[in-house]
Structures are given as structure tokens and as C-alpha cells.
Design a protein around this ligand. Structure first.
Ligand SMILES: Cc1ncc(COP(=O)(O)O)c(C=O)c1O
Length: 393
């Protein structure tokens, strides 16, 4: 109905999301089966209590009115301080744009910079929203392909041949969803050098940078002085602070870009929920041990899951550098990734996301989120091993 009136780009928007897969799994749960949920990209931990308390206190104090569209000033100061100290990016409060979750930063970036015919370079495998937004704007998404041979770590060599006079925006995401792979420091530096004289905006998606299991930190491209003005840094509280449902994220950008985002925010959601921003202040100002505990647990689960997957005949899985996803290769079994995800849901009651959701040529891959208990992961591995034995027998 009304199809002739609708924007064609909107009609073609389709995202195979964790939400959709969760719905599919419900059928098996309704039949009395215990489904193991490895589809959703959200921590299974509760938000640390000090953060929740700060949110409740702010609400009780009456912080329940409209906030300034770009964010509560004290929160923007706190974010700028965090970004300076943790990421080495010379941000001030005027560079901060607070949003309900980090996703709107993507939306506003596309609305501000992209027009039909532009090319947007996106990581592949990568977060599906990048591609959907490029298409929605009538732009061409160009796949920046990471290879399993290189542990899915992107390099300048992968990027260089893709840049044309039509390239408007390059998205970098490290650690990446769905592979968990990082872009190494030397590659970030090389990419920054390559982009030095180019009029191209970089969106640096750093939502998982606190969940990096390596020794050093992930290098933010925005911390390289000549890149700061042309980088929009995306980050937020959903993943590292287990705050997905609060919806709290932000972007760091040149003030002139923040000025353009302002009316877009006024026209869409007015502002981010006011009392939640006070919870955000506590998240950055308060103790960080809960974040570190969650990260340590994710690392144990990563090792458990990835070692378990690699011990199943004909399955291989790169060890992810961070985040809470594994991206195993099931190609040997000869199924498309949709078929594989459906097979393991129907037979092992494991809910996952098909790899093809995340890019081109990803048939045979599946994304598992290990944001679930060790017991569930052990059980999933046992079930998987037994149902995979039956595929080619
Ligand atoms: C790579 C990546 N970027 C951004 C986001 C958005 O996070 P939020 O829930 O804060 O909007 C996600 C969430 O899944 C993600 O995986």
C-alpha cells in the first residue's frame, strides 16, 4: 500500500538484524526448546550500579526537561576530557555532539555529507548500517575488503585502490563488528598520511575501542593532528558500559560540522534524554573497574569460543582482537550463510547472524556474539559439533 508514494530508497532498506533473528528463534522457544542466543550485539551484563544510581538521582532532581540539542554542557566537558585523555584527541566541549545511542551520528553524517552519486568506502565485513545508509542516500557503497588471511585487519593497501574523485566518506571501524579485528597503529598512520591532502571525511567508529584485548590502545585516526578536522569520531556507552537500552552515544567533530548537526537534531529528537546524560557523566567520572571486569570476562569467553570452534573439524575462526563477536568460517559445509544460520537454529537451537549480512562474498560465515555465559558457550559448542557432523554424512 502507498508504494507509489514512498521513497524508493526507503522501500529497499532491509537489515537482517539481531532483533529479526531473535524473533525467528522465538518459534523454537515457543516449542519448548532452549535456544542459545548468540545473535544480539549487546552485553549480557547489567549497567554498573553507580551509573544507574546517577541516572535515578538526576531524574529525582528534576533533570527531566529538554536539554540543549548538542548535549548537557557538563557532559560535553566530561566527554571532551575523556576523549583527550583516553584517545589523545584534542577535543573541547564544542566538538562534542551527544545523541541517543551512537547510531544517529552515522545518520547525521550521511545526511550532511552524502548526495546521490557519491562513493562511500565501508569496511567489509562491516556493520550493515553503513551500507544501508549509503544506499538510502543514493550513494554507492564501496567495499573495503578485509581478508581472513590477514586476520580481517584492514591495511592502507586494501584502501588505496578504492579511492576515486567521487569518494566522499571513508568509514573505519576498529575493533570491527562482526570480526572483532583492529586496524593496526602503523596502518592508521599510513592511512592518515595517504589522506593528508584529500578532501575526504573519515568516520572513525570507535564504539568497541574499550573492549580491545591487546596490550596497547587502539590508535584513533582523529588523534593525528592533520586528521582531526576531517574526522568524525563515533563512540558511546552501549557496549563498554553495558548501556544499550539507555541510548547514549556521541560524536567528536569540527565545530562547523556540529553546527550543521544541530538543526538535524532539533528536527528529529530535540535532544538526548536529559537525566541519562547525568548517568553518562558518572560513567566517565566514576570507577572503571566494572568495565575492566566485563572486558576480562569477554576475553575469557572469546578464548573459550574461538578455541572450541577451531577444534571442530572443518571450522576455522580468526582470533578476534576485541569487541564480543567471533566470525567463524563454515565454508567447507557447502551452505550459504543464510542456510548455515538457519541450519544451526533449526538443529542446534543456536541463534546467530548470517555472515552475508555484513558484506559481499561472505557466504559460509556466521557471526556469533559471545555476550553470553560460559555455560551457554560450552553448550553451544557441544551442540554445534554434533549437528555439523550430520551435514555431509
Ligand atoms: C560498529 C557499531 N557501531 C555503532 C553501533 C551503534 O551503537 P548504539 O547502540 O550506541 O547506537 C553499533 C551497535 O551495534 C556497532 O556495532
Amino acid at each position: 500500500m502507498f508504494k507509489n508514494l514512498m521513497n524508493q530508497n526507503a522501500l529497499e532498506m532491509h537489515i537482517v538484524s539481531g532483533f529479526e533473528m531473535k524473533q525467528k528463534a522465538k518459534k523454537y522457544e515457543d516449542q519448548g526448546n532452549k535456544v542459545i542466543h548468540l545473535e544480539l550485539g549487546e552485553p549480557d551484563f547489567n549497567t554498573p550500579a553507580n551509573i544507574t544510581k546517577a541516572g535515578i538521582e538526576a531524574m529525582n532532581k528534576g533533570e527531566s526537561h529538554y536539554a540543549q540539542p548538542l548535549g548537557v554542557p557538563a557532559f560535553k566537558e566530561e566527554i571532551a576530557k575523556y576523549v583527550r585523555e583516553y584517545k589523545g584527541v584534542e577535543a573541547q566541549a564544542g566538538n562534542v555532539v551527544v545523541t541517543p545511542g551512537a547510531k544517529p551520528i552515522l545518520f547525521y553524517t550521511f545526511l550532511t555529507f552524502i548526495k546521490p552519486g557519491d562513493e562511500v568506502i565501508i569496511p567489509d565485513p562491516g556493520f550493515p548500517i553503513y551500507k544501508v545508509l549509503a544506499k538510502y542516500m543514493g550513494a554507492t557503497p564501496v567495499s573495503l575488503k578485509a581478508t581472513e588471511e590477514n586476520k580481517f585487519r584492514l591495511t592502507l593497501k586494501d584502501l588505496e585502490p578504492l579511492v576515486t574523485s567521487k569518494t566522499k566518506l571513508i568509514i573505519l571501524s576498529s575493533p570491527n563488528n562482526p570480526t572483532g579485528s583492529i586496524i593496526e597503529q602503523k596502518e592508521i598512520e599510513a592511512i592518515a598520511e595517504f589522506l593528508r591532502d584529500k578532501d575526504i571525511i573519515v568516520l572513525s567508529d570507535e564504539i568497541y575501542d574499550r573492549l580491545y584485548f591487546g596490550e596497547d590502545k587502539i590508535l584513533s585516526i582523529a588523534s593525528i593532528p592533520h586528521m582531526q578536522d576531517k574526522t568524525i569520531l563515533l563512540d558511546g556507552f552501549s557496549k563498554a558500559y553495558a548501556m544499550t537500552g539507555w541510548r547514549l552515544g556521541y560524536g567528536i567533530m569540527h565545530e562547523s560540522i556540529a553546527k550543521v548537526f544541530n538543526p538535524l537534531i532539533v528536527a528529529s529528537n530535540s535532544c538526548t534524554n536529559t537525566f541519562i546524560q547525568y548517568a553518562g557523566i558518572e560513567a566517565y567520572r566514576g570507577p572503571q573497574d566494572e568495565v575492566e571486569k566485563m572486558k576480562a570476562e569477554f576475553k575469557v569467553r572469546r578464548d573459550l569460543l574461538v578455541n572450541g570452534l577451531n577444534s571442530i573439524p572443518h571450522v576455522s575462526c580468526v582470533l578476534p582482537d576485541g569487541a564480543f563477536y567471533a566470525f567463524p568460517n563454515f565454508k567447507w559445509f557447502g551452505k550459504s550463510s543464510d542456510e548455515m544460520a538457519a541450519y544451526i537454529l533449526e538443529n542446534a537451537y543456536i541463534s546467530s547472524l548470517p555472515g552475508s549480512t555484513f558484506g559481499e562474498d561472505l557466504e559460509g560465515y556466521v557471526r556469533f556474539s559471545y555476550a553470553t555465559s560460559r555455560d551457554n558457550l560450552n553448550e553451544a559448542l557441544n551442540r554445534l559439533e554434533s549437528v555439523l557432523k550430520k551435514v555431509k554424512s
